[in-house]
Design a binder for this molecule. Structure first.
Ligand code: GMT
Length: 384
């Protein structure tokens, strides 16, 4: 199978899932063509002869006040499909990827039908913000719905997202739930010189390490992480490590100053790899307002880190309350702080939760379990 993958190359869950799926498919012998305006962030695992990258070039012309990315992407898909004989295009994120894929499929429909007896197939994976945010941009709504309806296959990363898409937007399309995944050979606690240095530096007074990673959008409620941390810090020695960047970064730094915890909070900014930090962290916070899956929490769980999360969206499908972590109402920082302390102050309970978290990540969300579901779905759609 020759597969085109369309994704955002930037820091964010949808690009990570798309890239890691492509890497896994290439390792299984498929030819994978990434098509984007930049090399996807995680496409750095070394050379593979089954992986190709096609950069969408943006021409500048005085008449074009705005970049015509969707059209440039569609044109690039046409080119890659023709020259490489793609069987299907997997669009991660409805807007604009599924829309550009639709346009490309129509442009080459006659030619591909003549050559292969069928058109290229389009599979769109919904990641969440394409529905929950982009869908709320009212002018995008008809395009978003149309692009989903016209895809040959649609997947969503959680039951929550499937139901929300079908009910809120009256999308009749059948949607297959295929959750996000981690490679357990990569996502596990490691021990090396860096982790030893981190342990010595961060935990010299028995501090517990609390971690949050996100793109610092308002819906991530990173300020809640600071408030939860302050309450935990009042009771036990602890540090809060924040990975990622985005519009709320400055506000969060100011809040940490205002609440008097700045010296115990480290803002690392965007990091491509933070396995060392996952290896020394004790607890992961994800207090989001909205979260279709919560890939960052899954990565933490795989490393045996229990999760304190909100009950938003698909988070309860991942984080089991009282087993792999605890769940509280969105914004209930008191409860989240109480739950954090409950785990961090009781080693026996902590160890059980830590084991549950890594087992759940491995048993249900490992590459071996999830990637074959995509492969089967590809075959099903190609045969349809
Ligand atoms: O979390 C973000 O805002 C980034 C966003 C993205 O599209 O990259 O993440 C979404 O997709 C991830 C991968 O499927 C999910 O794990 C995240 O839960 C989802 N984010 C939201 O729903 C807010």
């Amino acid at each position: 199978m020759k597969i085109g993958i369309l994704c955002y190359p930037t820091y964010g869950g949808s690009g990570v899932v798309a890239t890691e799926l492509g890497i896994e498919l290439a390792a299984r012998g498929y030819e994978v063509h990434f098509i984007s305006y930049n090399v996807p962030m995680r496409l750095n695992a070394g050379f593979s002869e089954n992986i190709f990258f096609h950069k969408v070039e943006m021409s500048s012309y005085p008449l074009f006040d705005f970049p015509l990315y969707s059209i440039a992407l569609a044109s690039k898909i046409v080119e890659v499909a023709k020259f490489n004989g793609l069987d299907l295009v997997h669009a991660h994120y409805a807007i604009p990827h599924a829309t550009s894929a639709y346009l490309a499929r129509e442009i080459i429909a006659e030619e591909t039908k003549k050559r292969n007896g069928r058109t290229i197939k389009i599979i769109t994976t919904l990641h969440g913000t394409d529905i929950t945010l982009t869908g709320l941009e009212i002018s995008f709504l008809p395009t978003m719905k149309f692009s989903i309806q016209k895809s040959d296959g649609v997947t969503a990363v959680s039951e929550f997202l499937k139901i929300k898409t079908q009910s809120q937007y009256e999308i009749s399309k059948d949607i297959r739930v295929i959750p996000n995944f981690i490679n357990p050979d990569i996502y596990k606690k490691i021990s090396n010189r860096e982790t030893q240095c981190l342990e010595e530096r961060l935990k010299s007074n028995g501090e517990k390490i609390i971690l949050h990673t996100s793109n610092f959008r308002p819906l991530k409620r990173v300020d809640d992480c600071i408030r939860i941390f302050k309450k935990v810090r009042e009771k036990i020695p602890a540090r809060l490590l924040l990975i990622g960047d985005g519009p709320e970064r400055s506000n969060t730094e100011y809040l940490a100053k205002d609440l008097g915890v700045y010296d115990d909070v480290t803002f690392y900014g965007e990091q491509e790899s933070f396995l060392e930090i996952l290896s020394v962290a004790d607890l992961f916070l994800l207090p989001s307002q909205s979260e279709s899956f919560g890939l960052a929490a899954l990565e933490a769980m795989a490393c045996g880190i229990p999760v304190i999360s909100s009950n938003a969206g698909g988070l309860p499908e991942l984080n089991l309350h009282g087993e792999t972590g605890y769940i509280a109402e969105v914004g209930d920082v008191n409860k989240m702080a109480e739950y954090s302390l409950r785990l961090l102050e009781d080693k026996r309970v902590y160890d059980i939760f830590s084991k549950n978290a890594s087992e759940r990540a491995r048993d249900l969300f490992s590459t071996d379990k999830i990637v074959p579901r995509y492969e089967d779905y590809y075959k099903e759609i190609l045969d349809s």
